[in-house]
Design a protein around this ligand. Structure first.
Ligand SMILES: [Zn+2]
Length: 95
């Protein structure tokens, strides 16, 4: 943990090994939701590379683990990137 001088805040940074698997990806998601900077390492030895996707939302650089049954997840987070992407596409259609 790194303390930011004078701010009273701490920057937490963790490394999660096996972060592309089912449990590891949920751990990463939970840590990110708690404002922890996460570095995910995974050799994908037992994983499925098709489940590691890049978020297509504009300005988002996140990779995420698609844990849906039919590999249909599109965005890293529906509340943020999914909604913003849908609004942007709606406006591009001229509505
Ligand atoms: Zn995203």
């Amino acid at each position: 943990m790194t303390h930011i001088a004078g701010s009273g805040r701490s920057l937490r940074r963790v490394v999660v090994t096996g972060g592309a698997g089912f449990l590891g990806s949920h751990l990463c998601t939970r840590l990110v939701s708690e404002d922890v900077e996460v570095v995910c390492l995974d050799n994908l030895l037992t994983g499925d590379l098709r489940r590691v996707k890049r978020c297509p939302s504009h300005d988002c650089l996140w990779l995420f683990h698609d844990d849906s049954k039919n590999l249909s997840r599109r965005w890293c987070a529906m509340d943020d990137c999914g909604t913003l992407d849908k609004v942007r596409r709606y406006r591009e259609r001229g509505n």
